[in-house]
Design a protein around this ligand. Structure first.
Ligand code: DGL
Length: 258
C-alpha cells in the first residue's frame, strides 16, 4: 500500500499546514482528512472532540498513512497524548506559538495577544504552556470562534470581516502589543485581513513552518523517506460530501498562495 503523510483538522484550517508541507516536502504524497461532520471543534466539549479525533484518525490509518500531523491546535490539546499512546508512527501536533512570541518580545517589553479557539484557550495544556514561558505576565488571550465559521464559508475578506476584527480588538490598547499569535490553523487565512486592521508595528506569527520542520525531522528520525511520492494530495472528509471536497480544493489553492 502506498503510504501517505496524514494531515488532520476539523475542517479547512489544516490545509494551510499542508500547503507549507507541500512547499517543504514536495516529493511526499498526502492524505488530508477534515472532520466536516463535527466542525467547529472549538466550541464543543473536550469529551466530544476527543471522540471525534480518535474516530477520524482511525479512518485515516485504515487508508495507509506513515506519519500524522494533527494540523489543529484544538485537537492537539485534547487528544495528542492519547494518539501517541495508540499509534507508533511519528505524530506531530500543534500548539499556539507562545514561546517564540514571548522570546521575540522580551527586548521590547511589549505584550503578546494569542488568538485561538475557546476550547484551546481553556485547556490545561495552554495554561501550562503560558505559565512555563510567560514569566513577566505579558501574554493575553482572545478567543475568535466566529473566524472558524467565516473560514468554513470561504469568507476570507470584505467589510463584514474587517468590522468583526475591529470589534474583537477594540478592548485592547494595541499600541502596547508587539505580536499577535495565530493559535488556530483556520486563522492563518486571515493574515492579510488582520494586517489591514492592525498597527504596522504588530507582527503576526504562527506555528505552521515550525510544525513542518518538526515533521521533516521526525521522518528522518524514523527512517521514513522524504522522496517516495510526487506531491499527490488526496482529500477526504467525514460524511464524504463531494461539495465539501470541492470546497477543500478551493481552500487548498488559496492556502498555497499565502
Ligand atoms: N483548526 C482548528 C485549530 O487549529 C480548530 C477550529 C475549530 O474547529 O474550531 O484549533
Amino acid at each position: 500500500m502506498q503510504m501517505r503523510i496524514g494531515f488532520f483538522d476539523s475542517g479547512l484550517g489544516g490545509l494551510t499546514v499542508l500547503a507549507e508541507s507541500l512547499r517543504r516536502l514536495p516529493a511526499k504524497d498526502y492524505l488530508y482528512m477534515a472532520d466536516t461532520l463535527h466542525v467547529p471543534y472549538g466550541t464543543k466539549t473536550k469529551e466530544d472532540v476527543r471522540r471525534y479525533v480518535l474516530e477520524a484518525v482511525e479512518t485515516m490509518v485504515g487508508q495507509g498513512i506513515d506519519a500524522l500531523v494533527v494540523a489543529c491546535n484544538t485537537a492537539t490539546s485534547i487528544a495528542i497524548n492519547e494518539l501517541r499512546e495508540i499509534y507508533s508512527m511519528p505524530i506531530v501536533g500543534m500548539e499556539p506559538a507562545v514561546k517564540p512570541a514571548v522570546e521575540m518580545n522580551r527586548a521590547t517589553g511589549k505584550r503578546v495577544l494569542v488568538c485561538a479557539t475557546p476550547l484551546t484557550l481553556s485547556m490545561p495544556k495552554y495554561y501550562a504552556l503560558v505559565s512555563r514561558v510567560d514569566e513577566n505576565g505579558i501574554v493575553d488571550s482572545l478567543p475568535l470562534p466566529e473566524l472558524v465559521d467565516y473560514c468554513e464559508r470561504l469568507v476570507f475578506d470584505g467589510e463584514e470581516l474587517a468590522a468583526y476584527f475591529r470589534r474583537k480588538l477594540e478592548p485592547f490598547d494595541l499600541d502596547r502589543y508587539g505580536i499577535i499569535v495565530l493559535g488556530c490553523t483556520h486563522f492563518i487565512y486571515y493574515r492579510d485581513a488582520l494586517r489591514r486592521v492592525l498597527p504596522e508595528s504588530i507582527e503576526i506569527v504562527d506555528g505552521n513552518a515550525g510544525t513542518v520542520r518538526r515533521l521533516a525531522a521526525l521522518l528522518t528520525r524514523y527512517g521514513i523517506s522524504e522522496n517516495d511520492g510526487s506531491g499527490d494530495v488526496r482529500l477526504m472528509c467525514t460524511g464524504g460530501d463531494p461539495a465539501y471536497i470541492r470546497k477543500m480544493g478551493i481552500a487548498l489553492d488559496r492556502a498555497r498562495t499565502l
